[in-house]
Design a protein around this ligand. Structure first.
Ligand SMILES: [Zn+2]
Ligand SMILES: [Zn+2]
Length: 316
């Protein structure tokens, strides 16, 4: 599961100087996997990239790190595709959007959920420092519920998932090709899920989002996870069930009045030992679940836009 190296890099590099980033990226190779006619996935470092290409133009989903842009452009050309006409960000995290400025300046129209633009424009202070993104990196088309692209013989549905990995997540579903890009609503491999509570995430939203995708897909659906190798719907079902089982157990322990430390000592993640050793430990995940369950549950997204300057996680 070496594809999880990007996550460590993401965590370590947030405050690293640009020169160090270039050095870290020197050995990264972009590899492509064709999923259907006109649909491909690119692996490199950072979030997996989806590609739609054909006579109507190229759509990218996420763009990894800025030092990789020229290699990503070369991989797109090797698919026989034109340079990116549209770029969709599944969420604002740097390992999915750092190439935005390069692709934006090269002419791509960037699209994302409203909150992605807000968070990129403002940056973040706190546990991790993220500088405000330059204007060319910002989405120019933003949406609340989602948007559809009608091109390359397919209908590409971009669907917002409310308060899940962050408060600005979208999944992308190629209706005819039967492919879904999950962004970081799905980590496929050796880690427990990462839920960014500081960016408005909530583990209950991750469960709901996975269930929505499970409901809209079938056994033949090819699923692009945010990180890790390609997956099937059965893999997503197992992932959702793992999160739901742990969340249910944490909820009932909380109802019994147990503290976080007591719940972490219960061994609730022991059944999923194969996920230990990655970016997020079982203990850290249980803390995320515990913290999520202490937040007000907001299953609908009528009041989704960030309304606070501090981005404390409470959407208005
Ligand atoms: Zn990511
Ligand atoms: Zn992320």
């Amino acid at each position: 599961m070496t594809r999880f190296a990007p996550l460590f890099v993401f965590a370590l590099m947030v405050t690293a100087p640009a020169q160090a980033q270039m050095g870290e990226m020197a050995d990264v190779e972009i590899t492509a996997e064709q999923l259907a006619p006109g649909v491909a996935v690119l692996f490199g470092r950072g979030g997996n990239i989806g590609v739609s290409h054909g006579e109507d133009g190229t759509v990218l989903i996420d763009d990894q790190f800025a030092p990789l842009t020229t290699r990503i452009q070369a991989a797109i050309a090797e698919l026989g595709a034109d340079p990116a006409r549209f770029l969709i960000n599944t969420h604002w995290h740097w390992d999915h959007t750092d190439g935005n400025e390069n692709f934006g300046e090269a002419g791509a129209v960037i699209m994302a959920h409203d909150n992605v633009r807000i968070r990129l424009a403002e940056g973040a202070e706190g546990r991790r420092t993220v500088p405000p993104a330059p204007p060319a990196a910002l989405p120019v088309i933003t949406y609340h519920d989602g948007i559809k692209l009608h091109l390359n013989g397919d209908t590409v549905h971009v669907v917002h998932m409310h308060r899940a990995h962050t408060d600005g997540d979208s999944i992308v579903w190629w209706e005819n090709a039967n492919v879904v890009h999950m962004g970081d609503l799905f980590f496929n491999g050796r880690t427990f899920p990462f839920v960014d509570l500081e960016s408005g995430g909530d583990v209950r939203g991750v469960i709901r989002a996975a269930t929505r995708v499970i409901d809209m897909t079938d056994d033949a659906t090819q699923i692009i996870p945010g990180h890790g190798p390609m997956a099937t719907r059965a893999g997503l079902v197992a992932y959702r069930d793992m999160i739901a089982a742990i969340t249910g157990q944490v909820a009932s322990a909380m109802a019994d009045g147990r503290s976080l430390e007591e719940i972490q000592a219960m061994g609730l993640t022991a059944d999923y030992a194969e996920l230990e050793g990655g970016f997020i430990s079982g203990e850290a995940f249980v803390e995320t679940v515990f913290t999520s369950l202490n937040l007000p549950d907001e299953p609908d997204h009528h009041h989704d836009e960030i309304g606070h300057a501090d981005h404390g996680g409470d959407a208005e």
